[in-house]
Design a protein around this ligand. Structure first.
Ligand code: DGL
Length: 272
């Protein structure tokens, strides 16, 4: 294949559901001319509370779906999959693969002044210790305090952004991290950037929030350049959305995560 055709191929991104659209948003902002194929496994979301074995099986199927769309690289937007099944994706994909954990960990180490980093995520992500291990790879002297925040996922999907219920739950989850005097907090789940304001309000003295999606978009750019895969086109990118189910209120929730109109969303025929 000639290099121009290769560079014009889309970037494949997948997530357990709609949350990964926060990563698509970050990518579209940073790399506006890259074509994208997004797959959200909306029929089987959430992955967060599931066993690593099941998540690995799902991750392999999600990867195979994107490979059928002829993608030039794969971005694993889901923190839970990045934490427990990245090597499965690497094995199934015949293209470069990036997860969100390492870019998020790196950005946190670069930002912290006190070397006291908090990490929040799903039960699967936190139990895997993937963020802690990645942070320690960059700085073995950093203190890492982790906390799973499972209720943040339905709260974000329900749109309870500036809501009392979210404030109360955020305080409950995050107060222990505040007491431990972290100065940087990794939002280690696709849904959490939506709740940024409420999360920030728990920490009166200011806190640096790391959006793993944004850190990943930066890393995607580096990988594209390093592999000579960057699309030189200046045309409007073609963004395709596929999901394994189109659930109730999908468009409304999806547009909140993407931060703009979604356009056409297709069911991934023959996925199961
Ligand atoms: N996308 C998942 C993550 O970032 C959150 C939703 C889920 O539990 O599937 O970990």
């Amino acid at each position: 294949m000639n290099i121009k055709n290769l560079q014009a191929k889309p970037i494949g991104i997948f997530d357990s559901g709609i949350g990964g659209l926060t990563v698509v948003r970050a990518l579209m902002k940073r790399l506006p001319h890259e074509n994208i194929v997004y797959f959200g496994d909306t029929a089987r979301v959430p992955y967060g509370p599931k066993s690593p074995q099941v998540i690995r099986e799902y991750a392999a199927q999600d990867t195979d779906f994107l490979m059928k769309h002829n993608v030039k690289m794969i971005v694993v937007a889901c923190n839970t999959v990045s934490a427990v099944a990245l090597e499965v994706v690497q094995k199934h994909a015949k293209v470069p693969v990036i997860g969100v954990i390492v870019p998020g960990a790196k950005a946190a180490v670069e930002s912290t002044k006190k070397k006291r980093i908090g990490v929040i995520g799903t039960v699967g992500t936190i139990n895997s210790n993937a963020y802690t291990n990645a942070i320690r790879q960059f700085d073995e002297t950093a203190t890492v305090i982790s906390q799973s925040c499972p209720l943040f996922v339905p709260l974000a999907e329900e749109g309870l952004i500036d809501h009392k219920a979210t404030e109360i739950i955020a305080r409950e989850y995050l107060f222990p991290l505040k007491l431990k005097k972290i100065d940087t907090l990794v939002l280690g789940c696709t849904h959490y950037p939506i709740l940024e304001k409420t999360i920030r309000s728990v920490f009166e003295s200011g806190i640096i929030l790391i959006d793993s999606g944004e850190a990943t978009a930066e890393e995607v750019e580096h990988v594209l350049i390093a592999n000579d895969l960057r699309n030189p086109s200046t045309l409007k990118a073609n963004i395709q959305f596929f999901v394994s189910d189109i659930p109730y209120r999908f468009t409304e929730i999806g547009e909140r995560f993407l931060g703009q109109k979604l356009g056409r969303v297709r069911r991934a025929e023959g996925f199961f």
